[in-house]
Design a binder for this molecule. Structure first.
Ligand code: SME
Length: 164
């Protein structure tokens, strides 16, 4: 049992490493935020199992505004501190939510969403770019390996859009 869990965890980490390589390749030499965000969303949405939404909310200086994504149409504006996305943006901490119905203030854009992970995107100067949000129709779809993997992928994204 222990071996099985270990190898399952290792293969998940390997999958994230592979995705990071593909993301670097997709964004190589391209700094355009919207272009990279669109391709990054498409890559992850179509590579990871059991997702119903994957995309960006970008900070406009006042609130979060929906950016490039894959999935059904979503809420357009989210105030800082509201819902899972607004909480990640305000606290600048990744939010790993096993059951969205148990998260006080969760915003249900797609009724199919049961669990989600939201990573804050902070620029090198400390200012907020936005958040990366991934939803699943399966309760507890995301674990600590997904948190580490998503944070690593978001670091690859931030590096690409900041690179000179
Ligand atoms: N559930 C999110 C809203 C965004 S959608 O899931 C795309 C939240 O509570 O912030």
């Amino acid at each position: 049992m222990f071996e099985l869990r270990t190898s399952a965890a290792a293969s998940k980490r390997e999958q994230y490493e592979e995705l990071a390589q593909q993301a670097r390749g997709l964004m190589d030499g391209e700094r355009d935020l919207i272009a990279n965000a669109a391709n990054f969303s498409a890559l992850l949405f179509h590579s990871l199992a059991d997702l119903n939404w994957a995309g960006f909310y970008l900070y406009d200086g006042t609130e979060l505004v929906v950016g490039p994504f894959q999935g059904k149409p979503a809420c357009i504006r989210i105030a800082l501190g509201r819902g899972v996305c607004g909480t990640a943006a305000q606290s600048r901490q990744t939010q790993l939510v096993h059951d969205v119905h148990a998260f006080d203030g969760h915003i249900a854009c797609d009724a199919a969403s049961a669990s989600e992970i939201v990573v804050p995107l902070v620029k090198a100067d400390g200012s907020l770019l936005g958040v990366w949000d991934v939803d699943s129709p399966r309760v507890a779809r995301f674990d600590e390996d997904d948190r580490a993997g998503m944070e690593m992928l978001c670091a690859v994204f931030m590096q690409a859009v900041a690179a000179a």
